[in-house]
Ligand binder design. Structure first.
Ligand SMILES: Nc1ncnc2c1ncn2[C@@H]1O[C@H](COP(=O)(O)OP(=O)(O)O)[C@@H](O)[C@H]1O
Ligand SMILES: [Mg+2]
Length: 218
C-alpha cells in the first residue's frame, strides 16, 4: 500500500537518507526506531509527500507521490493519510470538537452534518466525548494527544503516520496512548506507523524497523 524505494535525501551536503526502502501493507501496525537525528521525521515527511526526496520513489497504491503536483498531493493526503505529531499541533484556544473538525473541514465531498457526526464518533472512540466543548488549553498532555489522534482519523485514512507521538508524555500516559493506537487499529482497521526512539514503545507494535546510517533494516 505504502512503499519507499531507494530514497536519498541530503540537507546541504549532509546525507540523512542514503538508500532507505520499506513497504507497509494495509492493516499493519509497525514502528520505525532510530536515535535522535537518524532521519525519522524526514522519512515520515517523505511518506506523507510533505517533502520530496533527492531520488527514489514514494509509492501509495502504485502512484508515485514524488511525481504529482502540490495541489493533487494535498487533496490526496487529506483523504488518505492521517498525521500525529509529538507536540500535538492543536489550536489551544479552540474547543476539542473544533480541533477535530479542522481535520475534515476542507472536504467538499462530505456534508456538514456528516462532518459533525464523524467528530462526535471520533471523540467517543478516543474517550473524550464528555469534553467536546472544552478548550484544548484546559486538557492534559495525554488528552491533547487523544484529540490529535481523533483529528488524524476523521477523514478515515487508510494509514496514520505518528512522529514520536509519546515523546512529550510520561510513561503511564505513553502506555495508554499506545493502547489506544492498538484499539483503533483493531476496530477501524487503520494502518499505523509509529516513529520513536524508545524501544519500549516500539515493542508495542507488531513489527519494528530500525533506521540507521540512512538505511532501514527489519
Ligand atoms: N530542513 C532541514 N534543513 C537542514 N537540516 C535538516 C532539516 N531537517 C532535518 N535536518 C537534519 O537532518 C538530520 C535528521 O533529522 P530528522 O529527520 O529530524 O531526524 P529525527 O527525526 O530522527 O531526529 C538531522 O541532522 C537534522 O539536523
Ligand atoms: Mg524527529
Amino acid at each position: 500500500m505504502l512503499a519507499l524505494e531507494n530514497i536519498k535525501k541530503s540537507y546541504k551536503g549532509q546525507e540523512v537518507l542514503i538508500n532507505a526502502s520499506i513497504s507497509i501493507a494495509e492493516k499493519e501496525m509497525v514502528s520505525i526506531m532510530g536515535r535522535s537525528g537518524a532521519g525519522k521525521s524526514t522519512l515520515l515527511n517523505i511518506m506523507a509527500g510533505l517533502i520530496k526526496p533527492d531520488s527514489g520513489r514514494a509509492l501509495f497504491n502504485g502512484n508515485d507521490l514524488t511525481a504529482i503536483d502540490e495541489e493533487s498531493l494535498a487533496a490526496f493526503r487529506l483523504k488518505h493519510i492521517g498525521i500525529v505529531f509529538q507536540d500535538f499541533k492543536l489550536i489551544p484556544s479552540l474547543s476539542l470538537s473544533d480541533n477535530i473538525l479542522l481535520g475534515i473541514y476542507p472536504r467538499k465531498d462530505i456534508k456538514d452534518s456528516d462532518k459533525t457526526s464523524r467528530v462526535n464518533e471520533l471523540a467517543e472512540r478516543v474517550g473524550l466525548k464528555h469534553k467536546l466543548k472544552e478548550k484544548v488549553d484546559n486538557l492534559s498532555g495525554g488528552e491533547k494527544q487523544r484529540v490529535a489522534i481523533a483529528r488524524s482519523l476523521v477523514n478515515r485514512p487508510v494509514i496514520v503516520l505518528a512522529d514520536e507521538p509519546t515523546g512529550n508524555l510520561d510513561s503511564a500516559t505513553s502506555d495508554s496512548i499506545m493502547a489506544l493506537f492498538r484499539e483503533l487499529h483493531q476496530t477501524m482497521l487503520t494502518s499505523f506507523i509509529i516513529v520513536t526512539h524508545d524501544k519500549d514503545i516500539a515493542q508495542k507494535t507488531d513489527k519494528t524497523y530500525v533506521l540507521q546510517k540512512g538505511e532501514i533494516r527489519s
